[in-house]
Design a protein around this ligand. Sequence first.
Ligand SMILES: Cc1ncc(COP(=O)(O)O)c(C=O)c1O
Length: 464
Amino acid sequence: MPDTSVLHHAAQRAARHYEALDHLPVAARASYGELRARFDRPLPDRAEDPIRVVDDLMDDSLDGLVGAGGPRFFGWVIGGSTPGAIAADWIMSSWDQNAAIYQCSPAAAVAEEVAGAWLKDLLRLPSDASFAMVTGCQMAHFTALAAARHRLYIDRGIDVEKDGLFGAPRVRVITGDHRHESLIRAIRYLGLGAGSVEQVALDADGRIDLTALEAALDADPAAPTIVCLMAGDLNTGAADPFREACAAAHARGAWVHVDGAFGLWMNASPSRRGILEGVELADSWATDGHKWLQLPYDNGFAFVRDAQAHHDSMAMTAGYFIAADGSGRDQVNWNPEWSRRPRGMVTYAALRCLGRDGVAELVDEACRLADRLVTGLGELPGCEVVAPARMNQGLVRFLAADGDHDAFTDAVTDAIRAEGTAWFGASTWKGRRVMRISVCNHRTTDADIDRTLDAVGRVLAGMG
Ligand SMILES: Cc1ncc(COP(=O)(O)O)c(C=O)c1O
Protein backbone atom coordinates (compact mmCIF):
# COMPACT_ATOMS: atom_id res chain seq x y z
CA MET A 1 0.00 0.00 0.00
CA PRO A 2 1.30 3.51 -0.76
CA ASP A 3 2.40 5.62 2.22
CA THR A 4 -0.63 7.76 3.10
CA SER A 5 0.97 9.86 5.84
CA VAL A 6 0.85 12.91 3.57
CA LEU A 7 -2.98 12.72 3.54
CA HIS A 8 -3.13 13.00 7.35
CA HIS A 9 -0.47 15.71 7.34
CA ALA A 10 -2.22 17.79 4.66
CA ALA A 11 -5.61 17.49 6.36
CA GLN A 12 -4.17 18.86 9.59
CA ARG A 13 -2.33 21.71 7.94
CA ALA A 14 -5.33 22.62 5.79
CA ALA A 15 -7.62 22.67 8.85
CA ARG A 16 -5.16 24.92 10.73
CA HIS A 17 -5.04 27.32 7.79
CA TYR A 18 -8.84 27.41 7.63
CA GLU A 19 -8.97 28.25 11.36
CA ALA A 20 -6.33 30.98 10.98
CA LEU A 21 -8.27 32.83 8.27
CA ASP A 22 -9.95 34.95 10.96
CA HIS A 23 -6.57 36.49 11.84
CA LEU A 24 -4.45 36.40 8.68
CA PRO A 25 -4.17 39.57 6.54
CA VAL A 26 -6.85 39.36 3.87
CA ALA A 27 -4.77 40.69 0.97
CA ALA A 28 -1.87 38.81 -0.58
CA ARG A 29 1.46 40.33 0.47
CA ALA A 30 4.02 38.63 -1.71
CA SER A 31 5.02 40.27 -4.97
CA TYR A 32 5.04 38.49 -8.30
CA GLY A 33 8.84 38.41 -8.19
CA GLU A 34 8.90 36.82 -4.74
CA LEU A 35 6.38 34.16 -5.69
CA ARG A 36 8.21 33.41 -8.95
CA ALA A 37 11.49 33.03 -7.05
CA ARG A 38 9.90 30.53 -4.67
CA PHE A 39 8.05 28.40 -7.21
CA ASP A 40 10.38 28.53 -10.17
CA ARG A 41 12.60 25.56 -9.30
CA PRO A 42 14.06 23.20 -11.85
CA LEU A 43 11.72 20.28 -12.61
CA PRO A 44 13.08 17.61 -10.27
CA ASP A 45 14.61 14.53 -11.86
CA ARG A 46 13.78 12.31 -8.93
CA ALA A 47 10.73 11.85 -6.74
CA GLU A 48 10.49 14.17 -3.75
CA ASP A 49 8.98 13.41 -0.37
CA PRO A 50 5.24 14.30 -0.65
CA ILE A 51 5.20 15.76 2.88
CA ARG A 52 8.03 18.08 1.96
CA VAL A 53 6.22 19.03 -1.27
CA VAL A 54 2.99 19.80 0.60
CA ASP A 55 4.87 21.82 3.24
CA ASP A 56 6.67 23.82 0.56
CA LEU A 57 3.45 24.40 -1.29
CA MET A 58 1.76 25.79 1.81
CA ASP A 59 4.75 27.79 3.05
CA ASP A 60 5.59 29.24 -0.36
CA SER A 61 1.97 30.19 -1.01
CA LEU A 62 0.88 31.58 2.34
CA ASP A 63 1.49 35.31 1.77
CA GLY A 64 0.53 34.93 -1.89
CA LEU A 65 -2.97 33.81 -1.01
CA VAL A 66 -5.99 36.09 -0.83
CA GLY A 67 -8.13 35.38 2.23
CA ALA A 68 -11.21 34.93 0.08
CA GLY A 69 -12.51 32.14 2.33
CA GLY A 70 -12.30 34.37 5.40
CA PRO A 71 -14.90 36.60 7.05
CA ARG A 72 -13.71 40.03 5.87
CA PHE A 73 -13.31 39.43 2.17
CA PHE A 74 -15.86 41.65 0.44
CA GLY A 75 -14.59 41.56 -3.15
CA TRP A 76 -16.54 40.48 -6.28
CA VAL A 77 -19.09 37.86 -5.13
CA ILE A 78 -16.87 35.08 -3.95
CA GLY A 79 -18.42 32.98 -1.18
CA GLY A 80 -16.58 30.87 1.38
CA SER A 81 -16.61 27.15 2.01
CA THR A 82 -18.12 25.37 4.98
CA PRO A 83 -16.09 22.66 6.77
CA GLY A 84 -18.63 19.97 5.77
CA ALA A 85 -18.43 20.87 2.10
CA ILE A 86 -14.62 20.99 2.18
CA ALA A 87 -14.51 17.57 3.84
CA ALA A 88 -16.84 16.10 1.21
CA ASP A 89 -14.66 17.63 -1.50
CA TRP A 90 -11.53 16.04 0.01
CA ILE A 91 -13.26 12.67 0.15
CA MET A 92 -14.23 12.99 -3.52
CA SER A 93 -10.56 13.49 -4.40
CA SER A 94 -9.49 10.51 -2.32
CA TRP A 95 -12.17 8.31 -3.94
CA ASP A 96 -11.11 9.41 -7.44
CA GLN A 97 -14.55 8.87 -8.90
CA ASN A 98 -15.29 9.87 -12.47
CA ALA A 99 -18.88 11.10 -12.47
CA ALA A 100 -19.30 10.98 -16.25
CA ILE A 101 -21.74 8.09 -16.51
CA TYR A 102 -23.73 6.03 -14.05
CA GLN A 103 -21.59 2.91 -14.38
CA CYS A 104 -18.41 4.87 -13.62
CA SER A 105 -19.74 5.71 -10.16
CA PRO A 106 -23.31 4.66 -9.37
CA ALA A 107 -23.25 6.32 -5.94
CA ALA A 108 -22.09 9.64 -7.44
CA ALA A 109 -24.87 9.49 -10.03
CA VAL A 110 -27.56 8.87 -7.42
CA ALA A 111 -26.26 11.54 -5.02
CA GLU A 112 -26.22 14.02 -7.92
CA GLU A 113 -29.78 13.10 -8.88
CA VAL A 114 -30.99 13.71 -5.32
CA ALA A 115 -28.98 16.92 -4.89
CA GLY A 116 -30.38 18.27 -8.17
CA ALA A 117 -33.95 17.67 -6.94
CA TRP A 118 -33.12 19.32 -3.59
CA LEU A 119 -31.73 22.39 -5.35
CA LYS A 120 -34.88 22.82 -7.46
CA ASP A 121 -36.95 22.58 -4.29
CA LEU A 122 -34.77 25.06 -2.39
CA LEU A 123 -34.62 27.53 -5.26
CA ARG A 124 -38.35 27.10 -6.01
CA LEU A 125 -37.84 26.08 -9.64
CA PRO A 126 -40.17 23.70 -11.51
CA SER A 127 -39.75 20.19 -10.11
CA ASP A 128 -39.69 18.66 -13.61
CA ALA A 129 -36.92 20.95 -14.88
CA SER A 130 -33.70 19.18 -15.85
CA PHE A 131 -30.39 20.20 -14.32
CA ALA A 132 -26.65 19.97 -14.81
CA MET A 133 -23.81 20.41 -12.33
CA VAL A 134 -20.98 22.23 -14.05
CA THR A 135 -17.87 24.22 -13.13
CA GLY A 136 -19.55 27.57 -12.52
CA CYS A 137 -22.21 29.99 -13.62
CA GLN A 138 -20.54 30.72 -16.95
CA MET A 139 -20.70 27.04 -17.93
CA ALA A 140 -24.23 26.91 -16.55
CA HIS A 141 -25.08 29.71 -19.02
CA PHE A 142 -23.42 27.69 -21.75
CA THR A 143 -25.37 24.54 -20.87
CA ALA A 144 -28.74 26.26 -20.52
CA LEU A 145 -28.27 28.29 -23.68
CA ALA A 146 -27.25 25.20 -25.66
CA ALA A 147 -30.73 23.89 -24.80
CA ALA A 148 -32.23 27.23 -25.87
CA ARG A 149 -30.31 27.13 -29.15
CA HIS A 150 -31.52 23.57 -29.76
CA ARG A 151 -35.17 24.42 -29.11
CA LEU A 152 -35.20 27.64 -31.14
CA TYR A 153 -33.63 25.94 -34.15
CA ILE A 154 -35.33 22.54 -34.02
CA ASP A 155 -38.69 24.32 -33.98
CA ARG A 156 -37.60 25.93 -37.26
CA GLY A 157 -36.57 22.60 -38.76
CA ILE A 158 -32.84 23.06 -38.16
CA ASP A 159 -30.80 20.35 -36.41
CA VAL A 160 -27.94 22.44 -35.09
CA GLU A 161 -26.26 19.53 -33.28
CA LYS A 162 -25.96 17.70 -36.64
CA ASP A 163 -25.58 20.50 -39.17
CA GLY A 164 -24.03 23.29 -37.14
CA LEU A 165 -24.99 26.90 -37.67
CA PHE A 166 -24.29 26.98 -41.43
CA GLY A 167 -27.14 28.78 -43.14
CA ALA A 168 -29.16 29.07 -39.93
CA PRO A 169 -30.92 32.37 -39.14
CA ARG A 170 -29.16 34.50 -36.57
CA VAL A 171 -30.30 34.11 -32.96
CA ARG A 172 -30.99 37.45 -31.29
CA VAL A 173 -29.89 37.70 -27.65
CA ILE A 174 -31.55 40.54 -25.75
CA THR A 175 -30.14 41.60 -22.37
CA GLY A 176 -30.22 44.60 -20.09
CA ASP A 177 -26.96 46.51 -19.96
CA HIS A 178 -26.28 45.05 -16.50
CA ARG A 179 -25.54 41.58 -17.91
CA HIS A 180 -22.43 39.78 -16.72
CA GLU A 181 -19.61 39.21 -19.21
CA SER A 182 -19.71 35.46 -18.54
CA LEU A 183 -23.01 35.40 -20.42
CA ILE A 184 -21.37 36.92 -23.47
CA ARG A 185 -18.58 34.34 -23.37
CA ALA A 186 -21.16 31.53 -23.21
CA ILE A 187 -22.85 33.03 -26.25
CA ARG A 188 -19.50 33.17 -28.05
CA TYR A 189 -18.78 29.52 -27.22
CA LEU A 190 -22.15 28.56 -28.71
CA GLY A 191 -21.22 30.17 -32.02
CA LEU A 192 -23.98 32.76 -31.67
CA GLY A 193 -21.46 35.61 -31.60
CA ALA A 194 -21.14 38.52 -29.19
CA GLY A 195 -22.42 40.66 -32.06
CA SER A 196 -25.84 39.01 -31.69
CA VAL A 197 -26.30 40.58 -28.27
CA GLU A 198 -28.64 43.56 -28.19
CA GLN A 199 -28.63 45.62 -25.02
CA VAL A 200 -31.77 47.33 -23.84
CA ALA A 201 -31.95 50.15 -21.32
CA LEU A 202 -32.55 49.77 -17.59
CA ASP A 203 -35.14 51.70 -15.64
CA ALA A 204 -34.28 54.13 -12.84
CA ASP A 205 -34.17 51.21 -10.42
CA GLY A 206 -31.53 49.32 -12.43
CA ARG A 207 -33.99 46.70 -13.76
CA ILE A 208 -34.61 45.94 -17.42
CA ASP A 209 -36.96 48.54 -18.87
CA LEU A 210 -40.10 46.71 -19.98
CA THR A 211 -41.05 49.19 -22.70
CA ALA A 212 -37.54 48.97 -24.14
CA LEU A 213 -37.66 45.17 -23.94
CA GLU A 214 -40.99 45.00 -25.75
CA ALA A 215 -39.75 47.40 -28.44
CA ALA A 216 -36.63 45.27 -28.95
CA LEU A 217 -38.70 42.08 -29.18
CA ASP A 218 -41.08 43.70 -31.69
CA ALA A 219 -38.21 44.90 -33.88
CA ASP A 220 -37.83 41.41 -35.37
CA PRO A 221 -40.52 39.11 -33.96
CA ALA A 222 -39.84 36.25 -36.40
CA ALA A 223 -36.16 35.85 -35.38
CA PRO A 224 -35.21 33.11 -32.92
CA THR A 225 -34.70 35.09 -29.72
CA ILE A 226 -33.26 34.59 -26.25
CA VAL A 227 -33.97 37.14 -23.52
CA CYS A 228 -31.45 37.09 -20.65
CA LEU A 229 -32.61 38.51 -17.33
CA MET A 230 -30.65 39.24 -14.17
CA ALA A 231 -31.45 37.91 -10.71
CA GLY A 232 -28.86 40.06 -8.95
CA ASP A 233 -26.87 42.77 -10.70
CA LEU A 234 -23.23 42.38 -9.74
CA ASN A 235 -23.01 46.04 -8.67
CA THR A 236 -26.37 46.80 -7.16
CA GLY A 237 -28.12 43.48 -6.55
CA ALA A 238 -31.06 44.62 -8.70
CA ALA A 239 -33.40 41.90 -10.00
CA ASP A 240 -35.43 42.23 -13.20
CA PRO A 241 -39.26 42.25 -13.27
CA PHE A 242 -39.48 38.56 -14.15
CA ARG A 243 -43.23 38.11 -14.37
CA GLU A 244 -43.75 40.94 -16.85
CA ALA A 245 -40.55 40.29 -18.82
CA CYS A 246 -41.33 36.56 -19.16
CA ALA A 247 -44.88 37.37 -20.31
CA ALA A 248 -43.59 39.81 -22.94
CA ALA A 249 -40.93 37.38 -24.18
CA HIS A 250 -43.13 34.29 -24.19
CA ALA A 251 -45.93 36.10 -26.03
CA ARG A 252 -43.40 36.55 -28.84
CA GLY A 253 -41.97 33.01 -28.78
CA ALA A 254 -38.66 33.96 -27.10
CA TRP A 255 -36.72 31.79 -24.62
CA VAL A 256 -36.02 33.45 -21.26
CA HIS A 257 -32.78 32.69 -19.43
CA VAL A 258 -31.91 34.00 -15.95
CA ASP A 259 -28.43 34.78 -14.64
CA GLY A 260 -28.87 34.07 -10.94
CA ALA A 261 -25.21 33.42 -10.09
CA PHE A 262 -25.78 34.64 -6.55
CA GLY A 263 -29.21 36.28 -6.64
CA LEU A 264 -31.22 33.11 -7.30
CA TRP A 265 -30.42 32.11 -3.72
CA MET A 266 -32.80 34.81 -2.49
CA ASN A 267 -35.49 32.29 -3.30
CA ALA A 268 -34.14 30.12 -0.47
CA SER A 269 -35.08 32.80 2.06
CA PRO A 270 -38.79 33.05 2.97
CA SER A 271 -38.37 36.67 4.04
CA ARG A 272 -36.47 37.84 0.95
CA ARG A 273 -37.74 35.82 -1.96
CA GLY A 274 -40.27 38.50 -2.97
CA ILE A 275 -37.48 40.31 -4.83
CA LEU A 276 -37.45 37.45 -7.38
CA GLU A 277 -41.21 37.37 -7.91
CA GLY A 278 -42.00 35.45 -11.12
CA VAL A 279 -38.46 34.12 -11.67
CA GLU A 280 -39.84 30.57 -11.87
CA LEU A 281 -41.62 31.53 -15.11
CA ALA A 282 -38.36 31.60 -17.09
CA ASP A 283 -37.14 28.74 -19.31
CA SER A 284 -33.67 28.29 -17.86
CA TRP A 285 -31.63 29.42 -14.88
CA ALA A 286 -27.92 29.52 -14.12
CA THR A 287 -26.43 29.84 -10.65
CA ASP A 288 -23.36 29.06 -8.60
CA GLY A 289 -22.75 26.69 -5.73
CA HIS A 290 -19.37 28.22 -4.94
CA LYS A 291 -20.94 31.57 -4.08
CA TRP A 292 -23.86 31.55 -1.67
CA LEU A 293 -24.06 27.80 -1.04
CA GLN A 294 -20.45 28.00 0.25
CA LEU A 295 -19.13 25.09 -1.79
CA PRO A 296 -15.47 24.91 -2.71
CA TYR A 297 -14.63 25.52 -6.38
CA ASP A 298 -15.79 24.62 -8.90
CA ASN A 299 -19.54 24.22 -8.67
CA GLY A 300 -22.25 25.78 -10.80
CA PHE A 301 -25.77 24.68 -11.66
CA ALA A 302 -27.94 24.93 -14.77
CA PHE A 303 -31.68 24.25 -14.73
CA VAL A 304 -33.83 23.91 -17.86
CA ARG A 305 -37.63 23.78 -18.04
CA ASP A 306 -37.55 22.00 -21.42
CA ALA A 307 -35.73 18.85 -20.31
CA GLN A 308 -35.99 17.33 -23.79
CA ALA A 309 -34.18 20.28 -25.38
CA HIS A 310 -31.52 20.12 -22.67
CA HIS A 311 -31.02 16.40 -23.18
CA ASP A 312 -30.96 16.60 -26.98
CA SER A 313 -28.43 19.42 -26.96
CA MET A 314 -25.95 17.47 -24.81
CA ALA A 315 -26.70 13.74 -25.18
CA MET A 316 -24.24 11.44 -26.86
CA THR A 317 -23.25 7.83 -26.96
CA ALA A 318 -20.16 5.72 -27.61
CA GLY A 319 -19.51 2.04 -28.23
CA TYR A 320 -17.90 1.59 -24.82
CA PHE A 321 -20.82 3.02 -22.84
CA ILE A 322 -22.48 0.64 -20.40
CA ALA A 323 -26.18 1.24 -20.00
CA ALA A 324 -27.24 2.82 -16.72
CA ASP A 325 -28.78 0.50 -14.20
CA GLY A 326 -32.57 1.01 -14.30
CA SER A 327 -33.28 4.70 -14.62
CA GLY A 328 -29.88 5.79 -13.29
CA ARG A 329 -28.57 9.10 -14.59
CA ASP A 330 -25.72 9.30 -17.10
CA GLN A 331 -24.49 12.79 -16.27
CA VAL A 332 -22.70 13.09 -19.61
CA ASN A 333 -26.11 13.46 -21.26
CA TRP A 334 -26.73 16.70 -19.39
CA ASN A 335 -23.24 18.23 -19.06
CA PRO A 336 -20.79 19.70 -21.51
CA GLU A 337 -17.91 17.79 -19.87
CA TRP A 338 -17.07 14.13 -20.17
CA SER A 339 -14.82 13.06 -17.26
CA ARG A 340 -15.62 15.18 -14.25
CA ARG A 341 -15.57 15.37 -10.45
CA PRO A 342 -18.57 14.00 -8.56
CA ARG A 343 -19.90 17.49 -7.89
CA GLY A 344 -23.30 16.23 -6.90
CA MET A 345 -21.82 14.44 -3.88
CA VAL A 346 -20.33 17.68 -2.52
CA THR A 347 -23.57 19.57 -3.11
CA TYR A 348 -25.49 16.74 -1.45
CA ALA A 349 -23.25 16.85 1.63
CA ALA A 350 -23.32 20.65 1.84
CA LEU A 351 -27.12 20.78 1.65
CA ARG A 352 -27.41 18.20 4.42
CA CYS A 353 -24.88 20.09 6.59
CA LEU A 354 -26.80 23.37 6.21
CA GLY A 355 -30.40 22.24 5.86
CA ARG A 356 -33.15 24.39 4.36
CA ASP A 357 -33.14 26.73 7.37
CA GLY A 358 -29.36 26.99 7.36
CA VAL A 359 -29.32 28.18 3.74
CA ALA A 360 -32.08 30.71 4.47
CA GLU A 361 -30.17 31.99 7.49
CA LEU A 362 -26.98 32.28 5.44
CA VAL A 363 -28.73 34.40 2.82
CA ASP A 364 -30.51 36.55 5.41
CA GLU A 365 -27.37 37.15 7.43
CA ALA A 366 -25.28 38.13 4.41
CA CYS A 367 -27.96 40.62 3.32
CA ARG A 368 -28.29 42.07 6.82
CA LEU A 369 -24.53 42.42 7.23
CA ALA A 370 -24.14 43.96 3.76
CA ASP A 371 -26.70 46.57 4.74
CA ARG A 372 -24.88 47.26 8.02
CA LEU A 373 -21.54 47.55 6.22
CA VAL A 374 -22.71 49.85 3.42
CA THR A 375 -24.67 52.05 5.85
CA GLY A 376 -21.73 52.15 8.28
CA LEU A 377 -19.29 53.09 5.53
CA GLY A 378 -21.64 55.86 4.40
CA GLU A 379 -21.49 57.36 7.92
CA LEU A 380 -17.70 57.72 7.78
CA PRO A 381 -16.50 61.24 6.93
CA GLY A 382 -15.95 61.64 3.19
CA CYS A 383 -17.69 58.41 2.22
CA GLU A 384 -20.80 58.52 0.06
CA VAL A 385 -23.18 55.63 -0.55
CA VAL A 386 -23.63 55.28 -4.31
CA ALA A 387 -25.93 52.22 -4.20
CA PRO A 388 -27.42 51.16 -0.86
CA ALA A 389 -27.19 47.44 -0.17
CA ARG A 390 -29.66 45.38 -2.14
CA MET A 391 -29.40 41.64 -1.65
CA ASN A 392 -25.78 41.39 -0.46
CA GLN A 393 -24.27 44.05 -2.78
CA GLY A 394 -23.65 47.78 -2.49
CA LEU A 395 -21.41 50.60 -3.73
CA VAL A 396 -19.68 53.55 -2.05
CA ARG A 397 -17.15 56.16 -3.10
CA PHE A 398 -14.77 58.46 -1.28
CA LEU A 399 -14.84 62.23 -1.79
CA ALA A 400 -11.54 64.04 -2.32
CA ALA A 401 -10.78 67.54 -1.09
CA ASP A 402 -9.39 68.36 -4.58
CA GLY A 403 -12.55 67.08 -6.30
CA ASP A 404 -10.86 64.10 -7.99
CA HIS A 405 -13.20 61.58 -6.39
CA ASP A 406 -12.36 58.80 -8.86
CA ALA A 407 -8.63 58.83 -8.10
CA PHE A 408 -9.27 59.20 -4.37
CA THR A 409 -11.74 56.29 -4.33
CA ASP A 410 -9.17 54.04 -5.99
CA ALA A 411 -6.46 55.25 -3.61
CA VAL A 412 -8.61 54.59 -0.52
CA THR A 413 -9.67 51.16 -1.79
CA ASP A 414 -6.01 50.25 -2.39
CA ALA A 415 -5.03 51.58 1.05
CA ILE A 416 -7.77 49.51 2.75
CA ARG A 417 -6.46 46.36 1.08
CA ALA A 418 -2.91 47.24 2.09
CA GLU A 419 -3.98 47.75 5.71
CA GLY A 420 -5.02 44.09 5.67
CA THR A 421 -8.15 43.91 7.82
CA ALA A 422 -10.59 43.69 4.92
CA TRP A 423 -10.60 43.35 1.15
CA PHE A 424 -12.78 45.37 -1.24
CA GLY A 425 -12.69 45.63 -5.01
CA ALA A 426 -13.05 48.72 -7.16
CA SER A 427 -15.24 49.17 -10.19
CA THR A 428 -16.65 51.78 -12.54
CA TRP A 429 -20.38 52.33 -12.25
CA LYS A 430 -22.29 54.89 -14.29
CA GLY A 431 -18.98 56.52 -15.20
CA ARG A 432 -17.77 56.88 -11.60
CA ARG A 433 -15.12 54.90 -9.75
CA VAL A 434 -16.64 53.10 -6.79
CA MET A 435 -15.71 50.61 -4.09
CA ARG A 436 -17.84 47.45 -4.33
CA ILE A 437 -19.16 45.67 -1.27
CA SER A 438 -20.29 42.06 -1.39
CA VAL A 439 -20.97 40.01 1.73
CA CYS A 440 -21.14 36.34 0.81
CA ASN A 441 -19.40 34.33 3.50
CA HIS A 442 -20.90 32.23 6.29
CA ARG A 443 -18.05 33.31 8.60
CA THR A 444 -18.82 37.04 8.53
CA THR A 445 -20.24 38.35 11.82
CA ASP A 446 -21.20 41.70 13.30
CA ALA A 447 -17.76 41.78 14.92
CA ASP A 448 -16.19 41.55 11.44
CA ILE A 449 -18.29 44.49 10.26
CA ASP A 450 -17.17 46.50 13.34
CA ARG A 451 -13.51 45.63 12.72
CA THR A 452 -13.86 46.57 9.06
CA LEU A 453 -15.53 49.92 9.78
CA ASP A 454 -12.81 50.74 12.33
CA ALA A 455 -10.10 49.85 9.82
CA VAL A 456 -11.65 51.91 7.02
CA GLY A 457 -12.11 54.83 9.45
CA ARG A 458 -8.39 54.64 10.36
CA VAL A 459 -7.35 54.50 6.72
CA LEU A 460 -9.51 57.51 5.86
CA ALA A 461 -8.19 59.49 8.83
CA GLY A 462 -4.64 58.76 7.69
CA MET A 463 -5.39 60.00 4.18
CA GLY A 464 -7.41 63.05 5.14
C1 LIG B 1 -23.89 37.78 -11.89
C2 LIG B 1 -22.83 36.78 -12.27
N1 LIG B 1 -23.02 35.98 -13.32
C3 LIG B 1 -22.10 35.06 -13.69
C4 LIG B 1 -20.91 34.93 -13.02
C5 LIG B 1 -19.91 33.92 -13.48
O1 LIG B 1 -19.83 32.88 -12.57
P1 LIG B 1 -18.63 31.82 -12.56
O2 LIG B 1 -17.40 32.61 -12.23
O3 LIG B 1 -18.99 30.84 -11.51
O4 LIG B 1 -18.55 31.19 -13.91
C6 LIG B 1 -20.66 35.75 -11.91
C7 LIG B 1 -19.38 35.62 -11.18
O5 LIG B 1 -18.96 36.41 -10.43
C8 LIG B 1 -21.65 36.68 -11.52
O6 LIG B 1 -21.46 37.48 -10.45
